[in-house]
Design a protein around this ligand. Structure first.
Ligand code: NAD
Ligand code: GLY
Length: 357
């Protein structure tokens, strides 16, 4: 098992990464009279029911949400909060968010507003959640006007990652998580990108050691970035590589066509091409990035060329992105060797650039 720390002063916490940690989950949690397990129906069947059945340490309530992105709504948050009030959850109770990024984002948001904030533990079960959403304290729900439009920065008190849960993950979700994994290589660690290229077979075969290694490396990079810039005033923006395009794509397709990771793959593809076109990214670096994106995309038959009408709608949506500044759309573009640059473009500039890729 690996133990990482995220240094945030009084809000610092540990991230435990290892195999089989779910079986001894209580040993990583603070002692509380009451826990509320928030999970989704798929994860509940796979892991939640057993966890509840074997839980002996204290009272554990359970709230099961429908699986999928549609659960990230204010209505679902209100229902969850109502259930917690009806169960008698108090300020000294804690929430366990067991599941993917959807559960983590909704449960984390509920934790941040319930009785003005209660403790929660992130116990992520998708690769995407293990390498990204469970670490760093961003919580959110979607609105028709935009992805993650309402939420909070609210850190968990611990993150417990059992990489063996990835064994039951559908292949599509594994690829989705690998999109965020490779993002870390592009933005922060080119050696890691090479490692991913060389070990893709072992990763897709779910080899335990390799999975543990990549999850640990990604959490390490994210922990460093978040510790330096918790509320995304500067450095943390690097994590948005691929995401300006991805969030717009998800919103205009009503969160129903692409998984988040697939949208990120397309976003990273188009944003790397934009960087090349703007003369920020060399041909060889661009090819290296696009090659891995395409290898991952081919696993789920992902199409990278988007229709003009879709691109137009996306640019309109990007124009309202919460990351925008000075009335311009903010893109984090790769410039090679694990580095990025933020580029601000008007809607018109973004539109013409994207259309000629
Ligand atoms: P998800 O939570 O919808 O999970 C994907 C699917 O996998 C679901 O059907 C789920 O039931 C199932 N599943 C989960 N664990 C499983 C397991 N071990 N075995 C089998 N099935 C399993 O999606 P996700 O990709 O985990 O997360 C995407 C969400 O995370 C998006 O809403 C995105 O905006 C958000 N996100 C948040 C942050 C953040 O910093 N807060 C960062 C990145 C992404
Ligand atoms: N997933 C982007 C962030 O946590 O900042």
């Amino acid at each position: 098992m690996e133990t990482l720390g995220i240094d945030l002063g009084t809000r610092s916490y540990s991230i435990y990464v290892g195999q089989g940690l779910l079986q001894t989950l209580s040993s990583y949690l603070a002692s509380r009279d009451t826990w509320v397990l928030i999970t989704d129906d798929i994860v509940d069947r796979l892991y939640g029911e057993r966890l509840i059945g074997e839980w002996k340490d204290s009272t554990m309530y359970r709230i099961v949400l429908p699986a999928g992105e549609d659960t990230k709504t204010l209505t679902r948050v209100e229902e969850t909060i109502e259930s917690m009030l009806n169960l008698g959850v108090t300020r000294s109770s804690g929430i366990i968010a067991l599941g993917g990024g959807v559960v983590g984002d909704v449960a984390g948001f509920c934790a941040s507003i319930y009785m003005r904030g209660i403790a929660y533990a992130q116990v992520p079960t998708t690769l995407l959640a293990q390498v990204d959403s469970s670490v760093g304290g961003k919580t959110a729900v979607n609105m028709p006007q935009g992805k993650n439009a309402v939420g909070s920065f609210y850190q968990p008190e611990v993150v417990v990652i059992d990489t063996t849960t990835l064994r039951t993950l559908p292949h599509r979700q594994l690829i989705s998580g690998l999109a965020e994994v490779m993002k870390y290589g592009v933005i922060a660690d080119y050696e890691f990108l090479t490692y991913l290229q060389e070990h893709l077979g072992a990763i897709l075969a779910l080899e335990d050691q390799v999975l543990e290694r990549i999850v640990t490396r990604c959490c390490g990079i994210k922990a460093e970035i978040v510790a330096a810039d918790e509320r995304e005033a500067g450095l943390r923006r690097v994590l948005n590589y691929g995401h300006t395009v991805a969030h717009a794509l998800e919103a205009v397709t009503k969160y129903g066509t692409y998984t988040h990771g697939e949208a990120v793959l397309i976003g990273m593809y188009l944003e790397a091409e934009m960087a090349r076109k703007l003369g920020l990214l060399g041909h060889d670096d661009c090819s290296e990035i696009l090659d891995l994106i395409q290898r991952l995309g081919s696993e789920v038959e992902l199409e990278f060329k988007l229709e003009h009408s879709l691109l137009s709608n996306m640019v309109f949506m990007m124009g309202k992105d919460k990351k925008n500044r000075d009335g311009k759309i903010a893109f984090v573009l790769p410039i090679g060797a694990g580095q990025t640059r933020e580029v601000l473009l008007t809607n018109k500039e973004a539109q013409s650039l994207l259309e000629c890729l």
